[in-house]
Ligand binder design. Structure first.
Ligand SMILES: [Zn+2]
Length: 299
């Protein structure tokens, strides 16, 4: 666990996602009230709680837990955090609230999506009592001291994806809406996962965000990025490269997922980020293949 100071009212806790540093964070937003953005998985919750303790924040002080979408590394830890933080309300898109109340179907889908190698690193979900959940898609949260968080739906990566503006800094908690950027592992790419990835929505979300005046990105995977336009261009290009690779594979009728992943994300297999590149890369190839086949009416 590492504490990453950002500004007077913002801090990131590196919560050791996938048992590695530099992969996932929970953001801490401090006004008169305290909000967390992103929960990590159930396995990262102890690190987040240790981070809060290190920051001198009592568990009773946390009032809000904001999730960008229902994937395990963004909302998987929500139930355990809600259990440990007795006064916190959990926010997620209304369409995903049922999954946090009764998670068994979601867990089955995640296991299929991430594969057996990476599955044990994704943890499990503690159900959340319905009365502690609120819809996020129209959220406007005044934390006091001039700190305002506001939701912006950003579908594509998943249909339920919501990003959150920090109005004070003009920055955006962007979740996985555009893609990931892990400087420590030299990995930058869009994640287009099964089962609900939507390319048309993702392209529209990226185009919208490119028009907006975002001072900085608070990325879940990973950290603060000031070069917003540059990062969006990089990820846009990487997405179109992936579309080309998948089109080519479908034209040839060859769906060798590991080979396609290696072509899209050439990465040394022994390097420390290899599991991330392989697992999230393969999930993306499979997700876009599925989307394109559906578009073309191929089963
Ligand atoms: Zn995701």
């Amino acid at each position: 666990m590492e504490i990453i100071p950002i500004s007077d009212h913002l801090t990131a806790i590196d919560h050791n996602l996938l048992a590695r540093p530099g992969v996932g964070v929970t953001y801490v937003v401090r006004g008169e009230q305290i909000a967390l953005v992103e929960t990590g998985t159930s396995l990262t919750v102890p690190f987040t709680l240790a981070g809060l303790e290190r920051l001198g924040i009592a568990r009773e002080e946390v009032a809000h837990i904001l999730c960008t979408h229902v994937h395990m590394d963004h909302a998987g830890g929500a139930g355990y955090l809600a259990d440990a933080l007795p006064n916190a309300t959990v926010y997620i898109h209304s369409t995903s609230m049922p999954h946090l109340i009764e998670p068994s179907r979601l867990l089955l889908g995640v296991r299929r999506a991430v594969g057996e190698e990476a599955w044990p690193l994704h943890g499990d979900i503690l159900p959340i009592p319905p009365e502690r959940l609120q819809p996020s898609e129209n959220l406007s949260l005044d934390l006091g001291k001039g700190i305002l968080l506001e939701a912006q739906p950003t579908p594509g990566h998943s249909p339920d994806h919501v990003a959150y503006w920090d109005r004070k800094s003009g920055g955006l908690f962007i979740g996985d809406a555009v893609g990931l950027c892990l400087p420590r592992y030299n990995l930058t790419f869009p994640v287009t996962p099964v089962p609900t990835y939507n390319l048309a929505a993702h392209r529209a979300t990226i185009a919208t965000l490119r028009q907006q005046n975002i001072s900085q990105l608070y990325i879940t995977h990973f950290g603060v990025h000031q070069n917003v336009a540059e990062l969006f261009t990089l990820i846009h290009n990487k997405l179109e490269e992936l579309v080309g690779i998948v089109d080519d594979a479908l034209a040839k009728g060859i769906e060798d997922v590991p080979a396609l992943t290696a072509r899209w994300l050439p990465y040394p297999p022994e390097a420390p980020g290899a599991l991330v590149a392989r697992s999230w890369g393969e999930m993306s190839i499979v997700g876009l293949l599925r989307y394109e086949k559906k578009q073309r009416g191929i089963s």
